[in-house]
Design a protein around this ligand. Structure first.
Ligand code: ADP
Length: 384
């Protein structure tokens, strides 16, 4: 057998959703699992339990695989450099990955490339925030450069008085990132994949709708986006990937800013399959999980064209219903076009547990496709 073995550090839903793509292509998927209970474990060939912060655990896991890749961005780059020096094929490499780990590093890289950032600064004291707010206007957005996700680690400060009240954050981490509060019309996602050889492809730019800092819904292609804005966003994501040497899937999360050239600002980068790319599983010729595996193996990439006219992905967060399967008969009967992806997780309030994709045809209107996805997702979340 010459089929490769892919090792994924982390056993969450992203690793889990790589499994069907790996199986289809004949690859073996293994995960380094945080615990025996994480949701990728039941669907992969091997899932040793180990701590991704422990070099020895990473080394042992890497020994049996042809390529090492990730379900999350938190593996210490020093460990990855050691593994690379020892001959492990790590994709993406730490010099790229650090831009998804540290928002200050990312802001500096985006500036260096001449791509559009919000106004930003590294600050090491409340006085630094006040100075920034006085220069650029209030409110400002304060961010932990490392460790944030789903809006945790992001705080809006409306005044100098509020800026003074940030000692707890500086005690946890310094410097912090401060940004202007961007007046955006909506959030966009430019999803791309790139191989170590440098082949790269972009999917159509999608709109992502966040609720309370968490991705709730994604519409692809972004309805009504100006063709030149979409093209510039794709070009920016490809330029970033090329310049940073990104491999695998990367999502550039953008703020759409009409009237402020080139029509968007970069918010942040993710270097792995991303929630804003789940629509591609059913809605594009090549889904992001298959593409990620192809990319990290340096295989030719698949076509990224969208299928149908409009694709909607609706996230399901834990809600009133603890028994998701009990709601399937009603949900599937209500929306035969819905493609349900369940993560095999126990239900906790607000936890990402599943998503639904609906592919509309060219003559469906966006609102109708969104309603279909919402109907199925709501029945599963609420049990009715
Ligand atoms: P996370 O790493 O937690 O996803 P983000 O930097 O993406 O953090 O911020 C979370 C959300 O906060 C964004 O999706 C956006 O809605 C809002 N946000 C972040 N930065 C800004 C900004 N500079 N201006 C306005 N809103 C922002």
């Amino acid at each position: 057998m010459t089929f490769p073995i892919i090792g994924v550090v982390g056993g969450g839903q992203l690793a889990r959703m790589m499994a069907p793509a790996a199986a289809a292509l004949g690859f073996e998927l293994q995960v380094l699992a945080e615990s025996a209970e994480v949701c990728a474990v039941p669907v992969v060939a091997k899932a040793p339990v180990g701590d991704y912060r422990d070099l020895e655990a990473l080394r042992e896991f890497a020994r049996g695989v042809d390529v090492l890749t990730f379900d999350h961005e938190h593996v210490p780059t020093g460990h990855l450099r050691t593994l690379i020096a020892e001959g492990v094929n790590v994709q993406p490499r730490p010099d790229a990955l650090v831009n998804a780990q540290d928002k200050l590093v990312m802001r500096a890289a985006i500036a260096e490339l001449g791509l559009p950032n919000p106004e930003w600064a590294a600050v090491d004291s409340p006085a630094g925030i006040v100075g920034f707010g006085d220069r650029h206007g209030w409110p400002v957005v304060l961010k932990m450069p490392r460790g944030g996700y789903d809006g945790k680690g992001v705080r809006v400060l409306h005044s100098a008085a509020q800026a003074q009240d940030t000692g707890d954050w500086f005690a946890a981490m310094s410097p912090l990132l401060v940004e202007e509060m961007v007046d955006f019309s909506r959030e966009l996602s430019a999803l791309i994949a790139r191989t170590p050889s440098g082949e790269a492809r972009a999917w159509p730019v999608a709109e992502s709708i966040q609720v309370a800092g968490v991705c709730d819904e994604v519409i692809a292609p972004a309805p009504g986006i100006l063709p030149q804005v979409a093209a510039a966003a794709q070009a920016a994501a490809l330029q970033i990937a090329d310049a940073l040497g990104v491999t695998g899937v990367m999502a550039a999360e953008l703020f759409e800013t009409p009237g402020r050239a080139p029509g968007f600002l970069v918010n942040e980068l993710a270097m792995r399959p991303h929630n804003t790319g789940h629509w591609t599983m059913d809605g594009a010729v090549t889904g992001q999980f298959e593409q990620h595996l192809r990319a990290v193996l340096d295989l030719p990439l698949g076509d990224t064209a969208a299928l149908g006219g409009i694709v909607v992905m609706k996230n399901i967060l834990g809600g009133a219903n603890a028994d998701l399967f009990a709601a399937y008969p009603a949900a599937l009967a209500a929306e035969p076009t819905a493609k349900v992806h369940s993560y095999g997780k126990s239900v906790r309030p607000g936890r990402k547990i599943a998503h639904v994709n609906v592919i509309g045809s060219a003559h469906d209107d966006v609102a109708a496709v969104r309603a279909r996805a919402t109907t199925a997702a709501t029945i599963i979340r609420d049990g009715k």
